[in-house]
Write a protein that binds this ligand. Sequence first.
Ligand code: BG6
Length: 490
Amino acid sequence: MSFDLVLFGGTGDLTWRKLMPGLFQAFRHGSLPEGGRIIGVARDVLSDAQYRELIHARFDEVEGEKRPHPDEFARFAELLQFVPMDLSQPADYARLAARLAEREADVVVMYVATAPTLFAITCEQIAAAGLARAHTRIVLEKPLGHDLASNRAINHTVRRAFAERQIFRIDHYLGKPSVQNLFALRFGNALFEPLWRRETIANIQITIAEDIGVEKRGAFYDGTGALRDMVQNHALQLLCAIGMEPPINAHADAIRDEKLKVLRSLKPWTAHSVAQQVVRGQYAAGHPGGGTPVAAYLHEAGVARDSRTETFVALRTEIANWRWAGVPFYIRTGKRLAARDAHIEVNFRPAPHAIFRAPHGAAANRLVINLQPRDGLELHLLAQGQDQRHDRQHASQLLTPVHLDLDFDKRFGTERVGAYERLLLDVIDGRLNLFVRSDEQEEAWRWVEPVLDAWRADPEPPRSYAPGTWGPSAASAMIARDGYCWSEEC
Ligand code: BG6
């Protein structure tokens, strides 16, 4: 099967950081179909050869095994071409059309990795140039809009040109092997299903922590913030994967129908619940871990000096249905936190009647789904491991926390298919399972919007937190009000 993959934003940040490495890995693993072209598109005036050199130079910065061997890169580079285009100029699309017409590929993928403001016009112009054909697929990066209305407007424009089955809305968290494993854990094994409910589960915590700041994306980030950048999409998709009912099969719409039901069941916000159950923060200057000093968010390039954009959010919500009613779901995410660490904790209720003693503060049973940097599962239990010689009188009653640890990297190797590699191949193959449908996206925007509105009306700025910590202390106070704690605090 031959394919043409057009990368709008072909010299942009996402292309360097994620798309080219993903495509190269697919090429190296032999999974990229033969006879493909990868056509970078951007305003820069470059020849095919110059584009190849540019990409080559970027790969030179890559260290370790992921760095291509020269002959390997030379073969990959044969796929690369470049078309200079100003995306707002209709005439430039004719140039792209001419390049595509040089040969008829079985599948044409238009990957719109541009600034979100260009999504609508790019789709319109693709259609106007006669390039939205039956064998064309369009990939849209997040953020798709900045609120419900703008999201709907983009979706409306895209759907005028493409059928829903041709639209691939990326949430790269769905492509992570660890998230695939979450689906496998829940729907490939019957073990946890009877326990996966309000009667046995006390609370669920979703943490996506990053230790980096906003890097070179200050201008973009300042108009976005953590709620739109991470919660509306990645964190809610994880919450859906945890909270959804088993789908009737593994087809895209069966999975997406179930995720949609979760999003529709999220407890709506009130002014009171936003004030009580959402904490927003912004990182200050400091020395994370006593090391190199880092600038405050307000002094990052591209950020307004009086910005009220949040770089941290912690919130509590509930899924209002029979399975989950009353179980708190906590989400927290932020930049410049203590570690790069994404995980989900399923905290089970304690034994209903205690005949043993557990050390003070020892958690009851807990399933930890580690997403990154480690990818694995930990099942925390209580066992009798105490050295019985020292305390013979109580030894038989005293329990010790232990855990079973399954490390998927060790089990399956670290050379597993990365998120972008997987998602790019899925687009070429036309598999929609790991992409987000428009109604899911709209529902997620509908849910976060009242929080954004409440913040706009709030005279208080976000709470400041020191870099290298777990965010403002108000996030701990919020969860402590329910009698729980974040894992690193318990
Ligand atoms: C992106 C956000 O969607 O996800 C970034 O825009 C964030 O701000 C990134 O850094 C995190 O992705 P990952 O895969 O590194 O956890």
